[in-house]
Design a protein around this ligand. Structure first.
Ligand SMILES: [Zn+2]
Length: 653
């Protein structure tokens, strides 16, 4: 077998094989088509639950959650003090298994890890880590994007007031209008619009949960001090109404920072941004989304502000990358909205991000060298959360009229994935393995389930006043009346005396309470259809069957049935109708005609079979734990010491 010297792993969040096949067959994904012709593919089994941090940790370590510790979105363990602030499992400190990058370093190979969950802060000596994925603790973002709008409706963005222009330096075309936009917010000004939505922290692992991620030293920084001001000027260059917007610092029309027609982006602007941590150098650009000739309707987007320093390890790389490749963005400045009004702008921003990663990898390969490249690229996950349900005829909110647009929104996201793949294929030589992997797929929800209400209904959980969260224990649990409580979305803990801070269950009753919990889960049915909400539930001692053991594991591990998802339900009802799409709650083998919750593996290069798809009847799906051992086998290095998967020999020559 030919020996591979380099490995490129493009982790694309949530993409599934049915959608790749659909878009590739219609000709939208030429590079995916080529990769499938030149390589081997398999649907892949995510670890339970099909969470993002859980499965990226597996893809980096080859280990099950029991070993890598990222079975939940944070590192909470049963018995933790009630006031302990858990740490996000996007933080490398919480990952308890060795990574492929650490194993490669031992073998003298350098890794470049980009935007990858659990990679930051770096545990590598020679490896390079850039742009940690935003998630609570590990965000470096200075400020979310914002739309400045003349619309009075606050949901349209930050309100912008225009008045006749006066006292400008330089030549201006009269009549002109002027306004001021502020970047960074004073303490008196509440966050509005998209920034507010993000500040509240919409999360993936449950619709009605409290946001509990701690924010110590490296927490997200929302500016609380007086902002930076830009002056804007509207002019009519054609005499047919306003058609141009100038952005200036100070009223100087002779050398503006940008001169924009509708639809145009400004150059990048780098400024010291007032933030909670003091002044921080950040980059931003503006796009004139809309300008009516009478000047009454104006919408101006300011991109997310990302730092120009200290977003890499080593830190010195940051400024070098900004200079050589350009400023980085983590997210579009706009939220994904079902009306698709601004979707093209979002695609433009994400295309910039895709190209940034390609250029950065190429530049660092040429200047510093790397043998292993791991990228996590998140965009398709967000698009599927938003658009998959309306496009899937199996979904209760399927909308035949809107479906073609929703499908096209998905297609455009996958096309950006194809652009990413094409860019990295250019970096491959005949000694390079290139792989596209996802952490899970995505399927629509049919029913929402409130676990907290179910545990209350059967008398296992009690709140002192009002409803509690479905997912995580909020502050108002009445511990003196509680025998069991949720531990993340798919585990439950016994309130065990001697272990839990306010435990009431005697150790001799531990197993009986586990049985009670399992009965409550397995007897839980949607009343109309009679369908069971939960696919299976296991005691902790049996949960190593599905990858759970150790300090952080709950006392019962379960997963929802196909079509059942966590979500808010009305009143005392424990199961209600659903309206979205998820990956985490449902059993990962859930599939519909449109999509699949299974992950995806594609790879090509020396030693890998060509035009080959695994025989699922013979061997079932590849498992995500198998990726690292297989990659290490192809590279001829020893796998990480905690890796637990097997080499996928059937995909190899
Ligand atoms: Zn994911």
């Amino acid at each position: 077998m030919a020996q591979a010297k380099r490995l490129i792993v493009l982790g694309i969040d949530a993409i599934s094989l049915p959608l790749v096949n659909r878009f590739a067959q219609e000709g939208s994904l030429p590079y995916f088509k080529r990769l499938m012709e030149e390589g081997a593919i398999s649907k892949a089994l995510p670890c339970l639950p099909a969470y993002t941090p859980t499965n990226w940790a597996t893809i980096a370590t080859g280990a099950y959650p029991g070993a890598h510790g990222a079975g939940n979105w944070d590192d909470r363990s049963p018995g933790d003090p009630l006031d302990r602030k858990p740490i996000s499992t996007f933080h490398s400190r919480t990952i308890t298994a060795q990574t492929i990058w650490e194993a490669a370093e031992k073998a003298g190979k350098r890794s470049l890890v980009a935007a990858y969950p659990g990679a930051f802060p770096s545990r590598l000596k020679t490896g390079l880590v850039i742009v940690p994925l935003q998630r609570g603790l590990v965000s470096h973002k200075i400020l979310s994007g914002e739309v400045y709008s003349t619309e009075e409706d606050a949901s349209q963005g930050t309100s912008l007031v225009l008045k006749p222009a006066e006292n400008w330096n330089g030549e201006i075309i009269e009549p002109a209008l002027e306004g001021v936009i502020t970047v960074g917010l004073g303490p008196e000004a509440p966050l509005t619009g998209p920034a507010a939505a993000r500040a509240v922290g919409a999360t993936e692992d449950g619709a009605d949960q409290a946001v509990v991620t701690a924010a110590p030293e490296t927490g997200a920084k929302h500016p609380q001090t007086a902002g930076l001001h830009f002056n804007i000027l509207l002019q009519s260059t054609s005499g047919n109404g306003f058609d141009q917007l100038l952005i200036a610092q100070g009223k100087d029309a002779s050398s503006p920072l940008a001169r924009l027609s509708p639809g145009q982006w400004s150059p990048w602007i780098i400024r010291e941004i007032p933030s909670k941590a003091g002044l921080q150098s950040g980059s931003m650009r503006f796009k004139l989304l809309e300008l009516s000739p009478d000047g009454k309707r104006l919408r101006l987007l300011r991109s997310e502000i990302y730092p120009t320093t200290s977003f890499t390890e080593p830190e010195s790389l940051s400024e070098e990358l900004v200079e050589q490749v350009g400023p980085y963005i983590e997210h579009s400045g706009l939220p994904l909205s079902l009306d698709l009004e601004d979707y093209q702008t979002i695609l433009e921003e994400i295309e910039y991000q895709v190209d940034w990663h390609i250029k950065a990898a190429k530049y660092l390969h040429e200047t510093k060298g790397w043998e292993i490249y791991y990228l996590h690229w998140h965009f398709p996950d967000s698009v599927q959360h938003r658009f998959l349900a309306c496009a899937d005829p199996a979904s209760p909110i399927y909308d035949a009229k809107a479906a073609p647009d929703c499908i096209d929104a998905l297609r455009q996201a996958y096309k950006l994935g194809d652009r990413l793949l094409g860019g990295f294929m250019q970096l491959c030589d005949n000694e390079t393995i290139i792989s596209v992997v996802s952490d899970h797929g995505h399927v629509m929800d049919i029913f929402y389930c409130s676990l907290a209400k179910r545990l209350q209904e059967v008398g296992l959980l009690s709140y002192s006043g009002g409803q509690g969260s479905a997912q995580r224990p909020p502050g108002n649990i009445d511990w003196s009346q509680t025998k069991a409580y949720p531990h993340g979305g798919a585990q439950i803990c016994v309130n065990l005396k001697g272990r839990e801070p306010e435990g009431i269950v005697e150790p001799k009753d531990y197993e009986a309470v586990q049985e009670e919990i399992i009965d409550a889960l397995l007897d839980w049915r949607e009343p109309e259809s009679g369908k069971r909400a939960v696919a299976f539930a296991l005691k902790k001692k049996d949960a190593s069957l599905v990858g759970y053991w150790g300090k952080r594991a709950g006392d019962v591990v379960f997963i929802y049935n196909s079509g059942f998802s966590w979500g808010a339900t009305k009143g005392d009802v424990t199961i209600g109708t659903a309206s979205g799409a998820h990956h985490g709650p449902q059993i990962p083998t859930t599939e519909t005609d449109l999509s699949s919750n299974l992950a995806l593996l594609m790879m090509a290069g020396p030693g890998v079979r060509r035009s080959f798809e695994r025989d699922y009847q013979q061997l079932s799906y590849a498992r995500l734990v198998d990726l690292v051992p297989t990659f290490c086998h192809l590279l001829g290095i020893q796998p990480p010491i905690h890796s637990q998967g097997a080499v996928l020999y059937d995909l190899l020559e």
